[in-house]
Design a protein around this ligand. Structure first.
Ligand code: KIV
Ligand code: ZN
Length: 388
């Protein structure tokens, strides 16, 4: 049986980068975009170009640096935003404009002081305007999670008729229950005319810790694009994490839904984003947390030693984690250090740089029994800061 394809839309560089204190410069964004390309994401949302010249420039440079994934720029349903987005995407080999407007009664009343009818008109006008520049236009119905389904279906139908190729149904406030979010997607699939001309996309926030469950429920009910971030970073409690969705679908093959994600690149990508954004990953984070594959209780260790399947549902190698991790101590050499840096997404080909980090490593290793991955990232980060 042919499997269904789920498109992975990564918004680490847009929604993820909205986290206070996690701002990246253009060079760092290019580094992450190239890593995302290797990871196999279908779409990279590279920024919100009207928001700042820095964001605009990053989209231009990412468009030049990346070949395969579609590059996407976010706008409000405002002509000037769309003009600037189109300009920022001029070098992209595949390009998408992501425009939209709030559709919940709360947004319509308090953000726009408007009416439901007028919001539909503005949504349609924005999609038509974006279509003048690009073929691939995604529309977001902000706060769709709290928008009533009947009205939402009218909005979705109107924007598809106007030419939207993808329609994003964000649970902007992370309010929905998985059942409710899944039912919303199902309602749209069943009630919108023209649904064969567009893909529905999930975009779930994690305020109640349900972003992944909601996204998964949306996929089971017909959404075929998932908007995600590495390590689940994003506004407030964050977005759905890419690694969780990719591994759920990989572990549950009977669902017959595939992604293009090369899962062996997940761990290095996670470490790269964590280190460049200066945002540690919680130790018990699913898939990429330090303890995600660590067995500490005696009963579990005993079981795993007898047969790893007793307590492990994923082979750590599948996500790029070498379980025979070399433990770094004061007796380790440069080769071991270089290898462990590589596992953490840092390739240190320059011998002088490697030696600098190695000298720092030896000093720390004299004080600590073992140097863990967080220590390594701190050492590499300190070295990069000194040499800039
Ligand atoms: O959460 C949200 O609604 C968004 C939109 C701008 C897509 O990030
Ligand atoms: Zn969002």
């Amino acid at each position: 049986m042919m499997s269904d394809r789920l498109f992975i839309f990564d918004t680490t560089l847009r929604d993820g980068e909205q986290v206070p204190g996690c701002q990246l410069n253009t060079i760092e964004k290019i580094q992450i975009a190239k890593q995302l390309e290797q990871l196999g994401v279908d779409v990279i949302e590279a920024g919100f170009p009207i928001s700042s010249p820095g964001d605009f420039n990053s989209i231009v440079e990412i468009s030049k640096a990346v070949t395969w994934p579609t590059i996407c720029a976010l706008t409000r349903a405002v002509e000037k935003d769309i003009d600037v987005a189109a300009e920022s995407l001029q070098y992209a080999k595949r390009k998408r404009i992501h425009t939209g407007i709030g559709t919940s009664d709360s947004h319509i009343r308090y953000k726009f002081n408007s009416t439901r009818e007028e919001i539909i008109e503005r949504a349609v006008a924005a999609v038509k305007y974006a279509k003048k520049y690009v073929e691939d236009v995604e529309f977001y119905a902000e706060d769709a999670g709290r928008t009533d389904n009947e009205y939402l279906a009218r909005v979705v139908e109107a924007v598809i008729k106007a030419g939207a190729t993808v329609v994003n149904i964000p649970d902007t406030t992370g309010y929905c229950l998985p059942e409710e979010y899944g039912a919303k997607i199902k309602y749209l699939v069943e009630h919108v005319d023209g649904m064969d001309k567009a893909i529905l996309s999930t975009h779930c926030h994690n305020d109640l810790g349900m972003a992944t469950a909601n996204t998964f429920s949306g996929i089971l009910n017909g959404a075929r694009q998932a908007e995600v971030t590495i390590n689940g970073i994003g506004e407030r409690a964050g977005n759905t994490s890419l690694e969780e969705i990719a591994m759920i679908l990989k572990c549950h093959k009977h669902l017959n839904i595939d992604t293009n994600i090369n899962t062996a690149r997940i761990y290095p990508t996670s470490r790269m984003v964590s280190s460049l954004m200066n945002m540690p990953v919680q130790p018990n984070k699913a898939i990429v947390g330090r303890n995600a594959f660590a067995h500490s209780s005696g009963i579990h260790q005993d079981g795993v030693l007898k047969n790893v399947s007793t307590y492990e549902i994923i082979d750590p190698k599948e996500v790029g984690l070498d379980d025979n991790a070399i433990v770094l101590t004061a007796r380790s050499g440069r080769a071991a250090l270089k290898y462990r840096l590589h596992v953490n997404g840092i390739d240190m080909e320059d011998d002088v740089k490697l030696d600098n980090v190695y000298q720092k490593f030896l000093k720390l290793a004299d004080k600590k029994k073992e140097i863990n991955d967080d220590d390594l990232l701190m050492l590499a980060g300190a070295d990069a800061a000194e040499t800039h």
